[in-house]
Design a protein around this ligand. Structure first.
Ligand SMILES: *Cc1c(COP(=O)(O)O)cnc(C)c1O
Length: 388
């Protein structure tokens, strides 16, 4: 089969059953049967690659995994119930007590909680760098450093980290390089090309893309995925067959959806850049973005998240949300529906102003997950909310 992504996401599907269906059916079965004692012995001894029990694997889950593995140029993968299950299980499977992680300060909120609250319970510590310090990481390396973990573009500041530079750094120090590729999707960016050993995703976002199901996945080096698989098969964070079926269907349209999301987002970003009530706009494919060149090198398009700072601080941000008419106020992102959030008064309100600024969240910062409505309607709604 062709390696082109648009073909892979559609044609890389399960073999047809006896019914010759065109679209992959849903295999809602918790377990699978064996021919005889010898078949059962061989299956459990892993001499045979086959489905045993849906906590380990299921046909729908395998189809979903195979597509993402192909898109990310990975060797293997395992799918999870949520993005956080993928991230936590990856750390739990690969790290030992006493290990050390280097990570960027700007990571998803719950990932940050893993680093600060939960991994320390097992004596696993993390050192952080800021988005503009990627060329200055040597001082963070310790004897026990095992993992380099990043997201790019970041949430909610939409900063871009240089994957090639980070990949070289990880290689030099023999670190396992893990990238959360959720904001870019494998259609826009493939971190393994730049030296990532593992890529994790929240499939809840652009991969589902329609705000329906939660899911997660880790793909990458076969030896590492095997460890993650064994951990997960015993501890049970597996993706459900139904969600896998939904997500695999979603992938069929991922390329055209993401293409349109990015086209709309660039138009929204350009509109905001000219707006008198907006101080700063962050979008990777705007020439004014501090890492524009890096974004152009490693991303096919700029993604669907636009961050912008409204003049007037917290109050102006709250007013903006109150005056939105069509777009949704919601904590999700990567949906067909455009979503706006104001991190300083909501998701990040518990942080001190100083800590917020560390991760690029100014008081007037709005994050917009640009959807697939007619872009003129999206711009009209945002413009109206800014006028009031
Ligand atoms: C949403 C998100 C996650 C967590 O995914 P869930 O599916 O909600 O568990 C992790 N990383 C990033 C960048 C996200 O946006």
């Amino acid at each position: 089969m062709s390696n082109n992504i648009e073909t892979q996401v559609i044609r890389n599907q399960l073999e047809r059953s006896q019914f010759q269906e065109h679209s992959t059916p849903l295999y809602l079965t918790s377990s699978f049967v064996f021919e005889d004692a010898e078949d059962m012995r061989a299956s459990f001894s892993e001499e045979k690659e086959r489905n045993l029990y849906s906590r380990f694997s299921n046909p729908n889950t395998s189809e979903f995994v195979n597509k993402i593995v192909a898109m990310e140029n990975a060797e293997a993968g395992y799918a999870f119930a949520t993005g956080m299950a993928a991230i936590f299980s990856t750390f739990a499977a690969l790290l030992n007590s006493g290990d050390h992680i280097i990570s960027c300060r700007s990571v998803f909120g719950s990932t940050h909680s893993l680093f600060t609250k939960y991994l320390p319970k097992w004596n696993i510590t993390t050192s952080y760098f800021k988005v503009d310090e990627t060329n200055n990481l040597e001082s963070l390396v310790k004897e026990n450093t095992k993992v380099l973990y990043v997201e790019t573009p970041t949430n909610p500041g939409v900063d871009v980290l240089d994957l090639e530079a980070l990949g070289n750094f990880a290689k030099k120090h023999n670190l396992i390089f893990i990238v959360d590729n959720c904001f870019a999707t494998p259609y826009l960016q493939t971190p393994i090309t730049y030296g990532a050993d593992l890529v994790v995703h929240s499939a809840t976002k652009l991969i589902d893309g329609q705000g329906r199901v939660l899911g997660g996945i880790a793909v990458g080096r076969k030896d590492l995925i095997q460890e993650i698989y064994l951990f997960s098969r015993n501890t049970g964070p597996a993706l459900s067959p139904f969600n896998a079926w939904v997500l695999s269907k979603s992938l069929e349209t991922l390329p055209i959806r993401v293409e349109k999301h990015c086209e709309n987002a660039l138009k929204v970003a350009k509109f905001l850049e000219e707006h008198p009530k907006v101080n700063v706009v962050r979008y990777p494919f705007l020439k004014s973005h501090p890492q524009y060149k890096v974004a152009k090198k490693q991303m096919k398009l700029g993604g669907n998240i636009v961050a912008f700072e409204i003049k007037g601080g917290i109050e102006a941000g709250r007013n903006f949300l109150n005056n939105i008419q069509m777009c949704s106020l919601s904590a999700n992102l990567g949906d067909t529906r455009t979503i706006v959030t104001h991190p300083a008064s909501t998701t990040h309100s518990k942080l001190s102003e100083e800590d917020r600024l560390e991760v690029g969240i100014t008081d007037g910062l709005v994050r917009c997950s640009v959807g697939l409505e007619n872009v003129d309607d999206i711009i009209k709604d945002i413009n109206h909310a800014l006028q009031n």
